[in-house]
Design a protein. Structure first.
Length: 765
């Protein structure tokens, strides 16, 4: 027996053939009861997963608020002012993303079941959960920037909140939405044999033959034990579905008869969410097949433009469309924008900087050319960045003169742990992905920081009141930063903490860096000419760029990595260059790296699916140990029992929180409604799982599902690319760095072309 269906068929045979059960039934098994036991789903059953996850997704879809769809905000430029109005057919966001989906009876049953377990899991709870899951679908299928940390935390919180009610939801689906068990239960009820079926099942479970066989399976380990636990869990659920007066009492009786019940299935545990390894928490992959058409669609708008001129020019009205408009409206412009991306990170006014001569100077008074102290000795400041705070919170550590935004990295003093910490490590990972490799964790009380004169224990973190939401914040880029990564020291008056500049390391991932520079060179002149307020206008422009662009003729001439002068105009820091770089890195930095790593790939010609595991990004709190194994399982109508394959890091690979695996696996074609589940292992220990809808992934960019621990906590994310034959869409026959440069230059040219049309672009308020 090599797969779950075969294993569980044997268990069902053992149950039905138990001598005690045969004697109790006299003339043989009742056909309806036989059908019920045969209907119990095997572990990983595609039909069961479709029924269960589909019911939860239906509940999410009908729970999405139908708030009015908002167009892009008004904008203006030199001599004109434009207002936008949504002109599409949908009444609101639910109607747009889940058009025509009504609540099923099973979804209503689940809603009632879970609220009976916890009255906090009400319609409002499902509404908020729906916004988070749909936003995650937008993140995975458009790549637009979001507050990833807040989104990951919300998804984890909802998953953990649902866990104690998972079996209640399971039972509701078992009784009403999974056709084999629902039909068998209905047949038993219609024949008036429900009580008899309960008695027969309980008798079979207590039989000595069944107990001995199941105990043996539970002790074998591996798939056999997993199948046995799953089957036993379903027996408890079936007892409940047949109206058991107390399943807990039935379990106690089975234990008294010698059944070795695993801890997660013991009395009360089986019902209260102790057994959760069978369930992968919901994410964007679950709703993407239903909402993908709208997620990727341009949104129709009417634009009314007034002109300031002499003589006066009458206002004009015209039709237009916003690329990725529904996705941007949901995430940026409307009332459901719960996860707006934070800007880049810096230090607030009054933060003390340790100068090379031992004095302390407020960061706002540091100038290019000044010398500051670093861990390598004195170093000149090459550039002082000074963007507006834009309402971001500032945090003070240990009552020092250190006022830092959520994503700015500070150095740790722990040799074997992550190198950096931040209030919001996800923002750091998104904005500066090259820092992920050495680990970025959340700073908290008890964290040990690296200081100018030794280790500094974090004793307090509190929000620091700011003077003005539009005040400036500051960051220092030091000479030769990319060569030896010097830190500067902030705080005072007596203790100074080591801080990194929030700057991408071009040497960490050179192809991606060259691609971003090519995009910057192509788009920066238009940005400087057209955008009066890049802090508010650039995000929407970059979000409107498609992930796939035609680039067959794009120039692959490699640019030079720019120096500090690239980011200045008339000797002063230029927000256009810095902010454009930030948005391009967030949106395309990882994609350029992946394309450069795998290069142009012709089809294998073997048919089926080709799935590439690109990279794994882990939070710094995760204790990484190797080898790291990613195990993939595809389940679908064309693959009985599922297809399994895995990739692994080298056993002697350096410990890293960014694993660049870049390996392609080939699977047989699974048919429609197939899904991919994956688990991440450190050695033999499973640490996280993820879920990908193959129907959605086939038509889009690499999926980036979050990695969920069994507790529901998000510990990282993984990038999975899926294709079915043919050559990678839109890519020329180029390799590595040339491909990344050509892609980047094509993106920059497309952005510049959009800006050249004359609009200053929508602002994000």
């Amino acid at each position: 027996m090599t797969n779950y269906p075969q294993l569980e068929q044997q268990f069902a045979t053992d149950l039905l053939s138990a001598s005690d059960l045969k004697r109790s039934l006299g003339d043989g098994l009742d056909p309806a009861f036989q059908a019920l036991v045969d209907a119990i789903p095997y572990y990983g059953d595609l039909d069961w997963n479709t029924a269960f996850r589909g019911t939860l997704v239906n509940l999410l879809a009908v729970s999405l608020p139908n708030d009015k769809i908002q167009p892009q905000p008004d904008d203006g430029g030199f001599g004109y002012y434009s207002s936008y109005y949504y002109s599409g057919p949908y009444s609101g966001y639910r109607d747009a993303f889940f058009n025509g989906i009504g609540q099923t009876a099973a979804a209503a049953a689940v809603a009632t079941a879970v609220v009976n377990v916890n009255n906090g899991l009400n319609s409002g709870w499902w509404s908020n959960y729906s916004v988070a899951v749909l936003t995650d679908a937008v993140r995975q299928n458009t790549g637009i920037a979001l507050d990833t940390g807040s989104l990951a935390g919300s998804l984890a919180g909802y998953a953990q909140g649902l866990q104690p009610a998972l079996t209640a939801a399971y039972l509701a689906v078992f009784k009403s939405a999974y056709a084999p068990t629902a039909n068998a239960l209905a047949a038993i009820a219609n024949a008036g044999k429900t009580n008899q079926a309960y008695t027969d099942l309980r008798t079979g479970i207590l039989s000595g033959e069944f107990t001995g066989n199941l105990n043996q399976a539970l002790g074998m380990g591996g798939d056999t034990t997993n199948a046995a636990i799953w089957f036993l869990y379903n027996l408890w659920v079936t007892l409940a579905a047949l109206g058991s007066p107390s399943v807990d009492a039935d379990i106690q009786a089975a234990q008294a008869a010698g059944l070795q019940v695993p801890a997660q299935l013991q009395p009360s545990n089986w019902w209260n969410g102790a057994y959760t390894s069978w369930y992968g928490p919901l994410g964007g992959a679950d709703v993407a097949p239903f909402a993908l058409g709208t997620i990727a669609a341009a949104m129709p708008e009417n634009v009314w433009t007034a002109f300031a001129s002499d003589p006066p020019i009458p206002p004009s009205e015209s039709s237009t469309s916003a690329a990725n408009g529904y996705a941007q409206s949901l995430c940026y412009w409307g009332d459901l924008n719960r996860f707006m991306p934070p800007p880049s990170s810096c230090f607030g006014t009054g933060t003390g900087v340790l100068m090379a001569d031992g004095s302390t100077r407020n960061i706002e008074d540091v100038r290019s050319g000044d010398e500051v102290q670093t861990q390598h000795g004195p170093r000149r400041v090459a550039l002082v960045e000074s963007p507006p705070r834009l309402g971001r919170a500032l945090y003070q550590v240990n009552d020092l003169r250190l006022y830092v935004t959520g994503g700015h990295p500070l150095r740790t003093a722990v040799e074997e742990g992550p190198l950096r910490v931040a209030i919001d490590p996800w923002t750091t990972m998104d904005t500066v992905p090259t820092m992920t490799g050495k680990g970025v964790a959340a700073i908290q009380v008890g964290t040990v920081l690296s200081g100018e004169s030794g280790r500094i224990l974090v004793e307090s973190i509190r929000e620091h009141p700011a003077v003005d939401a539009d005040e400036k914040v500051y960051d220092l880029l030091l000479e030769n930063w990319e060569r030896d990564h010097p830190t500067f020291f902030v705080g005072g008056p007596h203790q100074f903490v080591a801080a990194d500049a929030e700057a991408v390391d071009p040497m960490y991932d050179l192809p991606s860096a060259l691609g971003i520079v090519a995009a910057l060179e192509a788009a920066l002149p238009s940005c400087r000419e057209k955008l009066a307020n890049p802090g508010q206008q650039l995000l929407a422009h970059v979000a409107s760029l498609p992930h796939g662009v035609t680039m067959s003729t794009a120039d692959a001439t490699r640019p030079s990595i720019p120096g500090p002068d690239f980011y200045t105009v008339d000797g002063k820091w230029d927000p256009h260059a810095s902010m454009l770089e930030t948005h391009l890195v967030r949106r395309f930095g990882r994609a350029l790296r992946r394309e450069a790593a795998t290069g142009w790939q012709p089809s294998s010609g073997a048919g089926g699916l080709e799935i590439t595991v690109f990279d794994l990004e882990l939070r710094g709190e995760v204790q990484v140990s190797g080898p790291v194994v990613v195990r993939l399982v595809i389940r679908g109508p064309g693959i009985p029992g599922g297809a399994v394959a895995e990739v692994r890091s080298a056993p002697d690979a350096e410990i890293s929180w960014h694993l660049r695996l870049d390996q392609t696996l080939r699977f047989p074609a699974p048919g429609n409604k197939a899904f991919l589940t994956g688990t991440v292992h450190f050695g033999e220990a499973s640490v996280a799982n993820f879920h990908v809808s193959l129907d959605a992934a086939l038509g889009g960019i690499p999926a980036e599902p979050f990695l969920m621990a069994e507790s529901g906590e998000v510990i990282g994310r993984i990038a999975i690319g899926v294709r079915s034959g043919g050559e990678l869409t839109g890519l020329a026959k180029r390799e590595g760095r040339d491909l990344a440069v050509a892609r980047g230059r094509a993106l920059g040219e497309q952005l510049a072309a959009g800006l050249a049309k004359g609009s200053s672009g929508p602002a994000l308020h």
